[in-house]
Design a protein. Sequence first.
Length: 313
Amino acid sequence: MAHPDELAALDLYSVWTTAPDLREVFDPFSFEQRMAAYRLMIDNTNPADRFGADNRHNPLWGLMFQHQWQFRTGRLGASARRDGRIDPDAPWGYGNYTLCVVPWLGAVAAGVVPALPVADPPTRSRFRYAVGGTAPAELVDAVADWRAYFTLVDGSGQADPEPARMALWKAHKTCLDVVVDAIADIDAAPWPELEITFLRGWCRMVDYLWAAAWPTDFGFMTAHGLDVLPESLLATPEDVRALPDRTRRNVANVLRLATTPKWRYRLNLALWRRVMRTREARERVLPLLDAVFDPRPDNAAQRRRLLGYLLRP
């Protein structure tokens, strides 16, 4: 795990230390059990200190931080904060399912975690989940990509973290492509329409992070990933305007992505992927992403750098 003093300062610490061990069954509609699954996957993917003695370089930390944010901000359903039960109809909860249970099934296939029974959804839902421990057809490829990720990190002692990040983001992308289709035309109710628009935009923003093999280890997340998302549901434009400056700018970019015509979004993403072809560009992802989404006089040099990477043979 990451350094105890660093972890203890975060709200993640409580669930990290209290989530029950998974022994007989994995119930993915329990917030604590999803977090226990993440903890086990993090613990079991650090053979010979591959991600450091305290496992701080493990790229799975990003998924755990994201799920903690969803829980803290009420995005997993009305009952989640009360009794830890995730609503099968919660769009954010479904999105996280594909990034928790699907990785778990891949880890099982790779022999990294035990083959525990996975509980079926407790009620009917507008989303499709694993039944009898078998993923629905649209998520089979995602399970295979996660198996490839866990096979890579379980058998590799290499110090370079980027191959693992790239394999993780490939699997992540395969999952979110399914989520994008599932939420494309859903009725937002009982969730605010603006919140579902934000989720759709966030899926598109994650495509930019995927192309850059965005770091998701403990250090990067605590330095750059904990104050960029809204701490409450978004129901009205006033909710956006009331956010802290950095969060408000990020949310505005995400909402803008959500409403960008599909052809324009695909073109822009293709250009960004070309920029991110080289490791040199990926290592500069923070200022380059800022230049793409928030062009200002003070980042003009980064925009010129973007053009250079774009035009490079």
